[in-house]
Design a protein around this ligand. Structure first.
Ligand code: IVH
Length: 704
């Protein structure tokens, strides 16, 4: 419906406005732009701006219209809730309008909301005002009608007044009962509101099987749930793995058409009734809050566990619990005044790919890095994002100047979801991956790529960059774990010529370091003690810290179990390596190549001379697991806070009992040890029904 040029133009103006909201934008352009973003969101299921950005545009329009009510037109986006109506399904009228929600983003907004409710309901500062909290499910909204205890009809939200009739599709969903005993509560007809969602792990499976079938992946669970409701074939809806969570009774009438909602005094009671009738809901008993301060505490706790929650949620919904107070507050055309969505920090945002730079790794792999216009994402400003390798750039069809969608989930590093080719102006530049090492344009070293590998590598480094990366890796937590020895120290000592290879780390002059600007005796002493401690690391850590191509942590451990000291590897052949289970010929080849180079042996000799352990230690030896170990062959996971041991101790004990530690709750998990305050992992394990759940003491009792 929107031509490419127009889309590009709308996007440009949107970004200009968002960068400088005081810039004048006339009311009709603002409306056109809002309509365009509503179309991208509701019809294309493919938004190009975040909800937060949309709200800023919407609020601007609202504020102009408040100041100039004469300018309000009936077709203004403020005069209706957004629409997802298409011509694919017949329209049906909702019994009562399906409204949207107002949004809040921080504690201050929530406090303001509480104050407004108090004013509207005539409550004093000291009067109690309780709220119900619910996850804000990110899927597609549905209205479901029951009459005489029978499932009658289901519809999408549509434009709020009319929705699309999706009765047959929703009828395939097992979470929606076809019979529910409303009559026991005196209800003859009810219209329920809920959200159709797809569990995150089911969504991943869905995408995997789509890839296998050669189909394109869905962008996120929201789009595939909303799209799944509107399949032409009801069996396709059934096969999407959709579930419907209810959150509200929109309307309920009795025998004589009387309003049955009037006799349900709180939102919590509404939810409990639905739960008793067999509907799927988030348990409200934990989510009732005595006041707004408790709401503020709980929403932030929920934001912390958002990633672990099995369904996509983009915030929490805060609802006044008392129906009487709800009625006093009333409604706007757009939302109930007694409820508000608290939006979590956006996980997705759009930005511009400004440039591509390159990083070299410790074994010479060249990694392209996107420089993007700095953008707020889930609470941090993002300006660089890894592009992994040439193939990634090609598969995502990225160009310099492209508008891109970026995402950051929880602590996960940001990544590029996709580019938005619809918004191209024609000035974007194709990214040509370099053929020559970008760090050495003097000697022009040709990059090479081995068969089966994704990275281009500089295999003949003369510029020192790779040595620097090897040293940074050597001191890192994963390798020798030298506490407090970060990248900036390595950079500094490398530039000063104090560290030329990893062995120099163990021969530093701490008096000189103490003289450096920003150091002093205390920090030099601290560094000396951390480096001293690393000298007695197990052999497996030393092996791993040498940056041998393809030699990972696990293979380093397995090899260290087989040798008395590191020099033994000078005499090993391929067969020797591959006789170890899980060590393959590629690792063998690279370790042999490393030990055949005299310079490398010299570094090891220097390490030894500076006191670094090069011998197998007790901690390198494999754990003895008895044949009748009680957890032999079982997988185990610890969750919640443990009181009698640390997480690491628990894992070691589990290994000694024959179990394998894993990190996620899935059908592969056999045992979950739940400590205090175990949360979503425990819940998920209980839902699976196949996981044995143990307390900390039950687990420890297995030792005897
Ligand atoms: S209450 C009259 N509660 O969010 C009350 N909505 O942005 C209006 N949503 O279209 C909605 N989870 O589909 C409510 N626990 C929840 C919700 C929820 C998700 C959706 C709903 C609505 C949209 C509003």
């Amino acid at each position: 419906m929107y031509q490419k040029e127009l889309q590009s133009q709308y996007y440009k103006v949107t970004k200009q406005f968002l960068a400088n909201p005081s810039s004048a934008l006339d009311i009709s352009s603002l409306r056109d732009i809002l309509r365009y973003h509503e179309w991208r969101y509701s019809i294309k299921n493919d938004p190009v701006i975040s909800d937060f950005e949309y709200d800023q545009l919407y609020k601007q329009l609202e504020s102009i219209e408040t100041q100039h009510p004469d300018l309000i037109t009936p077709d203004s986006p403020t005069q209706r809730v957004s629409s997802d109506l298409t011509e694919d399904f017949p329209s049906v009228a909702h019994t009562v309008p399906m409204l949207s929600l107002d949004n809040s983003y921080n504690a201050e907004d929530l406090k303001k909301f509480d104050q407004t409710i108090r004013k509207l309901a005539g409550l004093q500062e000291h009067d109690s005002l309780a709220y119900c909290l619910e996850p804000k499910f990110d899927g597609g909204s549905v209205a479901i009608v029951y009459e005489n205890d029978q499932y009658i009809r289901a519809a999408t939200r549509g434009n709020g007044a009319m929705g699309e009739d999706i009765t047959l599709n929703v009828k395939t969903l097992k979470s929606v009962p076809l019979h529910a005993a409303f009559s026991k509560a005196g209800i003859v007809k009810a219209e329920l509101r809920g959200e159709a969602v797809i569990r995150k792990d089911i969504f991943e499976e869905l995408n995997k099987s789509r890839l296998k079938l050669g189909l394109s992946e869905f962008a996120n669970p929201r789009n595939s749930a909303a799209g799944g409701l509107r399949m032409k074939q009801p069996t396709d809806t059934r096969d999407r793995g959709i579930e419907v969570f209810l959150y509200q009774i929109g309307f309920a009438s009795g025998k004589n058409d009387e309003d049955m909602l009037a006799s349900i005094n709180t939102h919590q009671q509404q939810i409990e009734l639905l739960s008793q009738l067999g509907f799927k809901l988030e348990d409200p008993s934990e989510l009732i809050c005595k006041d707004i301060d408790e709401v503020i505490k709980k929403v932030s706790a929920w934001e912390g566990k958002r990633e672990a929650y099995p369904y996509e949620i983009d915030g929490m919904v805060v609802k006044v619990n008392s129906r009487e107070i709800q009625e006093k507050c009333g409604y706007t055309q757009h939302h109930p005044k007694w409820a508000i969505a608290y939006k979590f920090k956006a996980k997705q945002a759009t930005t511009t790919l400004e440039n591509v730079t390159y990083q070299v790794g410790k074994i010479g792999s060249i990694t392209p890095v996107a420089k993007v216009t700095p953008t707020q994402l889930a609470g941090v400003t993002v300006s660089s994002i890894s592009l992994h390798n040439e193939e990634f750039i090609k598969s995502k069809d990225l160009r310099i100047g492209d508008r891109i969608i970026i995402e950051r989930a929880g602590d996960v590093i940001p990544y590029i979801v996709k580019s938005l080719p619809d918004l191209r102006t024609g000035e974007e530049e194709v990214i040509n991956f370099p053929e020559i090492c970008p760090f050495n344009d003097v000697e022009r070293v040709q990059l090479l790529r081995s068969e089966g590998e994704s990275a281009w590598r500089c295999t003949n480094c003369t510029c020192g960059e790779q040595t620097l990366q090897k040293i940074i890796f050597h001191v890192s937590k994963d390798a020798m774990d030298i506490d407090g020895f970060g990248k900036s120290y390595v950079d500094r000592f490398f530039k000063l010529g104090w560290i030329k290879d990893v062995s120099d780390i163990y021969n530093l002059d701490y008096q000189e370091i103490a003289q450096l600007e920003g150091f002093g005796k205390k920090s030099a002493d601290k560094l000396e003690s951390a480096i001293g401690k690393a000298k007695s690391n197990p052999l497996s850590r030393l092996l791993y810290s040498l940056s041998i191509h393809h030699l990972g942590k696990k293979a380093s451990k397995l090899i260290a179990q087989e040798i008395e000291d590191i020099y033994a590897l000078q005499h090993w052949d391929t067969e020797h390596f591959t006789s170890i289970k899980d060590v393959g010929p590629v690792v063998a080849k690279n370790v042999m190549a490393y030990f055949s180079i005299q310079d490398n042996i010299d570094v090891i000799r220097k390490l030894e001379a500076h006191g670094v352990n090069i011998k197998q230690l007790e901690s390198d030896k494999p754990l003895e697991v008895a044949e009748d170990a009680p957890l032999l062959g079982k997988t185990i996971l610890f969750t919640g806070s443990l009181e009698q041991m640390t997480r690491n101790e628990a894992k070691k004990i589990a290994e000694a009992l024959g179990a394998k530690n894993i990190s996620a709750v899935s059908s592969n998990l056999n045992i979950l040890v739940a400590g205090e305050k175990a949360g979503s992992k425990l819940k998920k394990a209980q839902e699976l029904g196949t996981v044995e759940i143990m307390s900390e003491s039950e687990f420890l009792a297995l030792r005897v």
